[in-house]
Design a protein around this ligand. Structure first.
Ligand code: FDA
Length: 502
């Protein structure tokens, strides 16, 4: 029996992949989506699809024996992480020597686990980062299209100002203001009508029940509620789960041949398939796509790929930190997991920072204010192919995180000085105030205009496309999924107009 054939294959089902699948399906191209994670649509014995952050079980993480939450401890107590049975859970923490990268696994990729913040970068910074992209078209067409398709909306201000669930954000806003810093409301894809009904007690709680990084059971417009059902609705798109693409090569007739491992719930490879396609769209994320292309280049399967594959990685300057408030500034036992405010000091040329005001939904008063700061770290990591492990390894040193920490410290020292407060030292498993050894925003590895042409066509081969976060060169100054989605829309519009992909 010959290899299975589809005109187009999309690897992954996160933002870039979901855009590719929908636009291919609409164009009448029969498309197979291969996703290594599960479809998250079936309730377990407890009636829920996903588990919460406070009571994690096997559904929480991708084949781990213990959860690996970003906040390791509370008052230095190991009360957060729990032993679990290995399972294809929804959140993965991919560990490299000095950097851990959090990614979503499942149909919807990162949209299943992320905070839903749908932020458009400043135009000036977008142009600085991606000068070869026509910013006018992005800001007139593709960013608005991405926000509309993703269902981005802003929290109703009257409710925000009055609800106990956002007291933590109002406290952080006041403290930023005292330091002369501006805060901005940030759109989110969470359904705020639903959230208000959660608060009123008329629907099951999700954002108000400590759900987010291990999935939201209700309320969040993740990709499995937006782009992906629309793609399936074209009648041309099929999604195959627990299917991990391992290798890519090119046959003599110019088709791409994928080696695909089918996983079971224990992680065992139960079958290995060969699937061939005419056009190949890589949406496996910064880590996934970069690894596939690096492996293909280094093993000689696709030797003409650019030497730039594997270069230009950054974690968007991510730093997490907590501040300790005074007893008379409680942040509330009840905290919505969905962030809606950011401290926006990106226009400060000396020290640009955009800091998401993050929840610490412990269910008890913590007097802590938590932040995910996005900083302008000029350092870039590179991936090398480890032949013995058949894996891509991210080369990133602890010293390369230092600029992120310095920038966050510079801003939050101001906040602390203005409010006579201090940092929290009990949150990251030791006595650090700043955690920059993990990130939520992996970007780069196959940078637009370097490893690809200006539209995401991989250099060296026809009908081979990159559509995900690996295109963005390490930094975008805000939470990245709106940018990834908009760039993918731009790529698909161009490719479907110019290339014969079907
Ligand atoms: P993405 O990572 O979404 O999807 C890749 C998919 O490919 C995954 O489903 C993966 O399983 C699959 N895959 C990988 N390798 C494969 C292989 N070999 N074979 C088959 N499948 C494979 N951003 C934002 O804008 N606002 C926010 O609020 C947040 N918050 C946030 C919180 C947390 C906890 C995390 C982890 C991340 C965020 N992010 C975020 C970041 C955001 O989720 C991220 O930038 C995007 O999901 C990246 O989209 P991509 O399309 O690049 O890949």
């Amino acid at each position: 029996s010959g290899a299975e054939y589809a005109p187009a294959v999309v690897v992954g089902s996160g933002y870039g992949a979901a855009v590719a699948a929908l636009r291919l399906g609409e164009a009448g191209v029969r498309t197979l989506v291969l996703e290594m994670g599960r479809l998250w649509d079936t309730p377990a014995a407890d009636g829920r699809v996903h588990c919460s952050m406070t009571a994690p079980d096997r559904r929480s993480m991708w084949f781990k024996t213990r959860t690996e939450a970003p906040l390791a401890t509370f008052l230095w107590l190991d009360v957060i992480n729990k032993d679990i049975t290995p399972y294809p859970g929804v959140l993965d923490r991919v560990r490299f020597p000095h950097m851990s990268v959090y990614v979503g696994r499942g149909v919807g990729g990162g949209s299943l686990v992320n905070g839903g913040m749908a932020v458009t970068p400043s135009r000036a910074y977008f142009q600085e980062v991606l000068p070869q992209v026509d910013a006018a078209a992005m800001y007139a067409t593709y960013f608005p299209l991405a926000r509309r398709m993703l269902g981005a909306a802003t929290v109703p201000s009257a409710w925000f100002e009055s609800t106990e669930w956002y007291q933590y954000a109002r406290v952080s806003r006041d403290q930023a203001k005292a330091a002369g810093l501006k805060t901005v409301f940030v759109p989110n894809v969470y359904d705020f009508d639903y959230m208000q009904r959660e608060a009123a007690g008329t629907v099951p709680k999700s954002a108000l029940a400590q759900e987010v990084i291990y999935g939201n059971n209700f309320g969040k417009r993740s990709l499995d509620k937006t782009y992906l059902p629309a793609a399936l609705g074209t009648g041309n798109v099929t999604i195959r789960t627990l299917s991990r693409v391992r290798a890519i090569r090119r046959a003599a007739d110019g088709t791409y041949v994928l080696t695909v491992d089918r996983l079971d719930d224990t992680g065992a490879v139960v079958a290995t398939d060969e699937i061939s396609c005419r056009s190949l769209f890589l949406g496996a994320g910064s880590l996934g796509t970069t690894e596939l292309l690096l492996r293909a280049r280094e093993t000689g399967a696709l030797p003409a790929l650019s030497p730039q594959v594997g270069q230009g990685w950054g974690g968007n300057g991510n730093v997490m930190l907590g501040r300790a408030n005074h007893m008379w500034h409680p942040t509330g036992a009840h905290q919505s997991t969905i962030p809606v405010l950011g401290i926006d000091d990106w226009s400060n040329a000396a020290n640009p920072v955009f800091a998401e005001i993050a929840p610490l939904p412990a269910g008890i008063e913590t007097w802590a204010s938590l932040y995910l700061a996005i900083t302008k770290n000029p350092e870039r990591g590179t991936f090398t192919y480890d032949a013995a492990k058949d894996a891509a390894v991210l080369n990133w040193t602890g010293a390369q995180s230092a600029p992120s920490i310095a920038a966050a410290k510079s801003l939050f020292d101001r906040v602390n000085a203005a409010n006579a407060t201090i940092y929290r030292y009990d949150l990251f498993g030791d006595t650090r105030a700043f955690a920059a050894d993990f990130c939520y925003h992996p970007l780069g590895g196959c940078v637009l205009g370097r490893a690809t042409d200006p539209y995401g066509r991989a250099l060296g081969y026809d009908r081979l496309y990159v559509t995900d976060g690996s295109l963005v060169p390490g930094s975008i100054g805000v939470n990245p999924f709106v940018t990834i989605t908009a760039l993918a829309e731009r790529t698909m519009a161009r490719v479907l107009a110019e290339d014969n992909v079907g």
